[in-house]
Design a protein around this ligand. Sequence first.
Ligand SMILES: Cc1ncc(COP(=O)(O)O)c(C=O)c1O
Length: 379
Amino acid sequence: MNEQALEPLKRHPEGRALRAEVDLGRIARNLERIRSAAQGRGVWAVVKANAYGHGSVPVGRALAAAGAQGLAISSLEEGLELRQGGIQCPILVLGGLRPEALPTASAEGLTVAVVGPEHLTDYARLLQTHPVQLHLKLDTGMGRFGLLPSELGECLDELRSLAPWIEGVMGHFATADDPDMGFALRQRRVFDGCLAQLADAGIHPTQRHHGNSDACLRGLLGRDTHFRPGLALFGLTNVPEGRALELEPALALVAEVARVKVVPAGTTVGYGRTFVAPQPMQIATLACGYADGYRRDLGNRGVVGFAGRTFPVVGRVSMDYLTVALPLDTPVCPGDPMTLFSSEPAAPHGLERLAQTLGTIPYELSCALHRRITRRYFS
Ligand SMILES: Cc1ncc(COP(=O)(O)O)c(C=O)c1O
């Protein structure tokens, strides 16, 4: 691996030895793969929630350099963080903004999703002095943000006054990962109907985007000009079609062993004494806990990687620590690195497999990684 630290690991001799290692080269390759699956459509790369825990500024820079046309985030604060990090490409605020925030968005060159009919008049007034590019969001079936198709007709006059600023129209699939594509196809038909209605009213945005990663992987992008992948950029997927693309997970979570002790059979470990050593064994304590985003319910269920094998997480995960059991004949010392989240797609401690164990989705695990964890970037 061509490893080059872009951000030095800020270590103190007595500091916490826990780091997320993020492979920006893999993220760039994932972008390339998902773009070819999208047949060259433009990419709004979704880097909200600190780039799904990977670190929004370094990841955003890497994606912009690798050819993403723009970055998408959910809030004003996330957009400002990217601008303060020196990122100059278009940035789309997916969650919309109250009118009071438009001057800041304008000054920072942020593109704003219009997520409902309620602010259209205020927007039309403010845009005269504080211009921003707008993407009109339509609620085609997600039931969250966006103008409902039934609201569109009565808003057309106001939308016409916003037309010079409406660069794009967008929707969002509710079931892009569902093997039954019926609802997704219905959403697409609703979207196309709304686009036709806008065109009849003389509103012709240059961008149309309704799809996320799974929609791209499952051929649901229709006649869209752009799409908005998030998960796939990080090498993770919810759908079998993602495997064929050979996406590469970009994140590993590594902790150094803080302490090792040999315990006799019958020793209990951790809060609640939920683990009892069945025979003499070694217990390694790692400085990573649920405050870092390592889920508490992985206690007595998760595994960590060490020296080419996996070993069980035993006892409860506490706020700052977890404990791992190793046989007596496995050499292990303080300072040895153990991998809590593997970047190998099929590893039992990869994010997709851990998410399956927990009955959740990989997003929840990666987004939960706390900002106090040092991130180390390489490519
Ligand atoms: C509006 C919107 N677009 C795109 C995405 C990216 O989705 P995914 O990470 O599944 O590709 C998200 C993610 O939650 C989203 O909320």
